[in-house]
Design a protein around this ligand. Structure first.
Ligand code: KG4
Ligand code: ZN
Length: 304
């Protein structure tokens, strides 16, 4: 509900900004600049963030930089707290990256920070969106990804044969057919659409998750081989998925190519990754003017 989301943004943005500074034990004077997501996403919510960031920039005199949300997810691989190391190495390039979230299933070639090519994206639903919809059908609640991940732990991934959708000639995805297959499988087991017993849900969840993960891993590893990736990076909420991490870890064991996954807290939407991507962008190209706009669609790069 975009209208509810943007209203909620405007209600909480000042309090959240104040709390973030407080928890970081920082004052405005300690900062070098302000990074803000200006696309892609819901325009109403983006407008609230960008308007607030411009206000803070004007009031504090700090410079401002607009950040692409997909690039921010990539940078989750390079951020770290005081007692952590980054998930990825910034000297192993090119990297092939999967950004899989509620809105994206992008395979990105990172030649250098700021120099990208889209190798594949989804023609319809995103991977996270498919997981969220499947969870809704099974009445597991929102967000669906973590719920399916949990339910799948006691299920059999080969119990139900879901398709592994293929797009001919290329690395694009299509996840909308999988969702329809889930609706059909659910209906076949519950004629009134009511909840299923726990072990049936576990089998359906495990089988559905397996199909989504197999499809992501197939295209991602094909891209890594084709483009000679020196490392593979995972990012976005779906990168928190335990089965995806497991399968990519075993691909790493076979291929020898390093695979990085950020800690879960940096996979799902967060502001640290936005700050990191913004700081790097400002270092490359300078800060933006105060007239930056917002974009519901903002491709990170050209699609090959
Ligand atoms: O990156 P994110 O927090 O927000 C967007 O930019 O969309 O991603 C949210 C998505 C949701 O679809 C959620 O179901 C999925 O990430 N997700 C997961 C897991 N945790 C979150 N999907 C699979 N397994 C998980 N453990
Ligand atoms: Zn996101």
């Amino acid at each position: 509900m975009p209208e509810v989301a943007s209203r909620r943004h405007s209600e909480v943005i000042s309090a959240i900004t104040a709390e973030a500074l407080q928890r970081a034990d920082a004052r405005w004077e300690d900062l070098e600049g302000i990074a803000v997501t200006n696309g892609p996403g819901l325009v109403g919510s983006l407008l609230v963030g960008v308007a607030a960031a411009k206000g803070y920039a004007l009031a504090t005199g700090l410079p401002l930089v607009g950040v692409n949300h997909v690039e921010a997810h990539l940078f989750a691989n390079f951020v770290h707290g005081p007692n952590e190391s980054p998930a990825a190495r910034d000297d192993l390039l090119p990297a092939v990256c999967l950004v899989a979230s509620g809105g994206h299933s992008d395979i990105v070639l990172m030649r250098q920070p700021g120099d990208y090519k889209i190798l594949g994206w989804t023609r319809d639903d995103a991977a996270g969106e498919a997981l969220d919809k499947a969870a809704r059908v099974m009445q597991l609640g929102y967000p669906g990804g973590p719920a399916i991940d949990r339910a799948a732990k006691s299920g059999d991934p080969s119990a139900v044969q879901f398709p592994r959708p293929v797009i001919a000639d290329g690395l694009d995805f299509s996840f909308s057919g999988l969702k329809t297959a889930m609706v059909r499988e659910h209906q076949a087991r519950s004629s009134d659409g009511g909840p299923l017993d726990e072990s049936t849900v576990a089998d359906l969840a495990a089988s559905f998750q397996e199909a989504v993960v197999d499809t992501l891993v197939r295209n991602l590893t094909q891209a890594a081989v084709e483009y000679g990736a020196r490392q593979v990076l995972l990012a976005g909420g779906v990168a928190a998925n335990s089965r995806l991490r497991q399968k990519m870890a075993s691909w790493h064991a076979d291929s020898g190519v390093p695979v990085a996954f950020p800690p879960v807290k940096y996979c799902t939407d967060n502001a640290v990754m936005v700050a990191a991507a913004g700081f790097a962008k400002a270092a490359r190209h300078g800060w933006d003017d105060l007239d930056i706009d917002v974009y519901s669609a903002l491709p990170l790069a050209d699609h090959v």
